[in-house]
Design a protein around this ligand. Structure first.
Ligand code: NAD
Length: 431
């Protein structure tokens, strides 16, 4: 039973009652860990809420001469272990509670991989697919003009997330430099290489996830060579997961999907060809060498490794019992509800929880900050080695915790991360 002051339904007979508000889910997950850790109630109360948040209104000149008003947010959840860090998402269904949840998960993510950063997140309610390149640039700059006052390499450092790209990070870094009257590349990560980006950042989220899958397979005695893999979401996380799933693990990618359709081929998809098709056409729709499937069908395929790489709440009490994968490696943030977690745990699906599995992105972003501050740049090989070291250590800290406490992996990851943040909060004398 999940303990929470804002109750979350756990009655799987009533899936329509299931809590799908991401922030309430994040709070319920924390509550569960607080109970196991017997967390000081004041520390628990502090960690349930963001420390600061800014809501902004952005007037943006459109190409036709009209002005449209957009809403945006920046949440600084907790900076007890270091400056807040977290991506900016551009999405038509963005909400403040999604940003709060993502900022909370960033806090636990930085703590679980033990990097000296706190958690933050940003978002703008918009549909980037409906904006021209110049409209997107003006929107990105307008966002920084408003939230820039809260940002800085020692304060809060954004990065890309859903539907934001290295080009958008470049415009944002430039706007910030204009505001400050000097270049400060360390204020934003995920930048293009020519503007102080790090080698190895582009595929870091997926690569970190693959290192976790490799370790999970070791502890489960599963051979990843020839293991089948299905990937939901085919953007930065999903495309590199497909590529690296083959390259690093020797797995066979049998299914992928984007927001419009899924593709399935029992003999394995030609990953390079599918990526080229998606990049050329902007969609997977119409790809000839596979059969179309829905996103829901993809999740329930009989595969060894499932990689949710799109959005929140795709594995719920409604479909969790039908998940047949041995490993669910969550590159997406928040794909699994607390009720679904219990079901997957009962059914022996080995979940690599989001804020562990997808921590490779922020880890290499942290490497990017270090390189920016020293103005010296590492080889790709060095980035990969240091990322592997961090992810492997974090994976085993969580796996050990799960074994010791006999709890599911997400709860174990929370226990590792929350304990570290709680220690910082108390050492600083906040509580
Ligand atoms: P992206 O914008 O590059 O790609 C998103 C993908 O999801 C697209 O292929 C899109 O078609 C697909 N998608 C959108 N709605 C969908 C739906 N309803 N069903 C199925 N697919 C859908 O974004 P990304 O950077 O790959 O992020 C994906 C997930 O990974 C998000 O949860 C994000 O928070 C998480 N994440 C990303 C990073 C990173 O470094 N990019 C780091 C950590 C976590």
């Amino acid at each position: 039973m999940i303990h929470t002051s804002k109750p979350v339904s756990v009655d799987s007979d009533q899936p329509d009652m299931e809590q799908l508000n991401p922030f309430m889910i994040a709070q319920a997950q924390l509550d569960e860990a607080a109970k196991v850790l017997e967390l000081n109630p004041a520390v628990h109360g502090l960690l349930r809420e963001p420390l600061r948040e800014l809501h902004v209104t952005l007037p943006v000149r459109m190409d036709d001469g009209s002005t449209r008003i957009f809403k945006g947010f920046r949440v600084q959840y907790n900076d007890s272990r270091g400056p807040t860090k977290g991506g900016i998402r551009f999405h038509p269904e963005e909400t403040i509670d999604t940003v709060r949840a993502l900022a909370a998960w960033m806090t636990w993510k930085c703590a679980v991989v033990d990097i000296p950063l706190g958690g933050g997140k940003g978002g703008v309610i918009c549909d980037p697919k409906q904006l021209s390149k110049s409209e997107l640039e003006r929107l990105s700059r307008a966002y920084i003009r408003q939230v820039g006052r809260l940002l800085g390499p020692e304060m809060d450092i954004p990065a890309p997330d859903v539907y934001t790209t290295p080009q958008i990070m470049a415009w944002m870094a430039d706007e910030y430099a204009m505001m400050r009257g000097q270049n400060e590349f360390g204020v934003i990560t995920g930048k293009p290489l020519a503007l102080g980006g790090s080698k190895g950042r582009e595929d870091a989220t997926a690569r970190g996830g693959m290192y976790c899958i490799r370790e999970a397979a070791r502890v489960l005695g599963l051979d990843t060579r020839g293991a089948t893999m299905a990937i939901q979401g085919f953007g930065n996380a999903g495309q590199f997961a497909a590529k690296l799933g083959e390259e690093l693990l020797g797995s066979v990618v049998v299914a992928v999907s984007d927001s419009r359709t899924g593709l399935y081929n029992a003999d394995g998809l030609n990953v390079r060809d599918v990526i080229d098709y998606k990049l050329k056409n902007g969609t997977l729709q119409g790809y000839a060498h596979a059969q179309p499937i829905t996103n829901a069908e993809l999740l329930e395929l009989e595969v060894d490794i499932l990689v949710p790489s799109a959005l929140e709440n795709v594995i719920t009490s409604e479909n969790a019992a039908r998940i047949k994968a041995k490993i669910s490696a969550e590159l997406a943030n928040g794909p699994t509800t607390p009720e679904a977690d219990q079901i997957l745990h009962r059914n022996n699906v080995y979940v690599i929880p989001d804020f562990l599995c997808n921590a490779g992105g922020v880890t290499v972003s942290y490497f990017e900050m270090i390189q920016n501050s020293y103005d010296r740049y590492w080889s790709e090989e060095t980035v990969h080695e240091r990322l592997d070291e961090k992810m492997t250590a974090a994976f085993h800290a969580v796996h050990r915790q799960a074994q010791e406490l006999q709890v599911h992996n997400r709860l174990a990851a929370y226990c590792v991360a929350v304990d570290r943040v709680a220690e910082a909060v108390q050492l600083r004398g906040w509580v």
